[in-house]
Design a binder for this molecule. Sequence first.
Ligand code: ADP
Ligand code: GLC
Length: 477
Amino acid sequence: MTRVLSVASECVPLVKTGGLADVVGALPAAMAQLGYEMRALIPGYRSVMKQVKTSKAVVAFDDLFGGPARVVAAKVAGLNLLVLDAPHLFDRAGSPYLDDSGADWEDNAERFAALSYAAAHIAQNGADGWQPDIVHGHDWQAGFVPEFMHRLADGQPTAPFVFTVHNIAFHGNCAADRRAALLLDEGRFNADHFEFWGQISALKAGLTGAQRITTVSQTYAEELMTPEFGMGMDGVLRARRGDLSGIVNGIDLDVWNSETDAEITPYKTPRGKAANKAALQAEFGLGQSDGPLCVLVSRLTEQKGIDLLIKAVPTLLGRGGQLALLGSGAAQLEVALHALAAQNENVAVKIGYDEALAHRMIAGGDAILVPSRFEPCGLTQLYGLRYGTVPLVALTGGLADTVINASPAALAKNAATGVQFFPITAEALSNAFTRLCDLYHAPRTWGVLQRNAMKQPVGWETSAKAYGQLYSDLTQG
Ligand code: ADP
Ligand code: GLC
């Protein structure tokens, strides 16, 4: 059985700030179906250690970037985990990445270098007899893994390294003078390895050191090689074009199942959404209305196009539509959204993070909005598809790959599942609201859209096979 060590900074259900956690938490079970034994190595944040009830130390370090540390093997919610218990780095209150003031922890480079070092140590020496055939790192937090594999194996690492980019916006950069402290190889501080415009870049270390690079949709794989989306790494990725591929994310069909979801009035067909819509309107303090109830569940950042939504939403409201939004993030966006809700009785906003409410929203909404400026994959449009909640999305990244726009041709072929807009501007979004409302007011067409949406295969099956193929290409040749 092929053993895969997955290395990441988040994993559902233990720690989550975004979709990365869902993917890392879901992949082991999906890969197990295909005969792969995948174990995830994650940081032992304070909140994670609290959830690790029984554990066994399988690796010990006297001094890992400033203090003693160990890797413990633990089973939580059916997942076989390896947890890096390094109190000097991870035993802190608050966010995995940010201190109380909202700034990056100043030792983030050391914290995730430690995670990467522990992964490389396990690749080289095993953990209690378990040695991976493949190491699969996610995002910059695992970027130094190939550097440390190289170092610990004297330049001859045995296991191949696969690197998945979930979001190229985060580089994990730090000042060049930290390279000795980070145990990085002086001779590799150059543009072919981990140097990026005079700084150290964990992301670049991963991109240059991996045998294969994947990202979470085919369109994003293409976009990454362009200056517009590559965020400075497009040249590095163009140079690795032959090793780069896109594998779209799936969702957990047990968690997102409208027939068994304990948060909602369960339903099998779109008709069953009505009770959930009424409940959601009541929960958000919205009245009845003629138009579609649009929902949005998101981190509130520049990426997510919330400012475009604020500009375009009058078109939706003018057609009798409503907006219910759940999110948290940038303070100025939170303020702007509160103001929008205060001015419009058909807009309601909840600031916070609430998984259960997300389920009620996706069940109760008529449409789900994802107006992102860029979106490597995106998960909420997939939840929407599965729940018959028509996605209205920007034409970018995974949103382009997972939604079929209701063009006349797609409608005629009975293939359409949602509405896409391009260019990614407030004006195009406003036009998309008009199209959405037209479709909504044509009940037969709307019903077709909902049913098409619910039929889309959004689970992990196909993508797990694609990862399996990639792993076997690497181990067999
Ligand atoms: P990203 O990883 O860029 O944030 P994704 O769409 O891939 O975007 O994943 C976001 C995940 O986080 C989804 O599972 C979404 O439901 C969840 N999420 C985001 N914000 C919230 C929130 N405020 N409350 C509950 N869930 C949220
Ligand atoms: C990132 C991306 C998102 C993707 C998620 C999981 O956070 O922003 O589009 O779905 O990772 O891969």
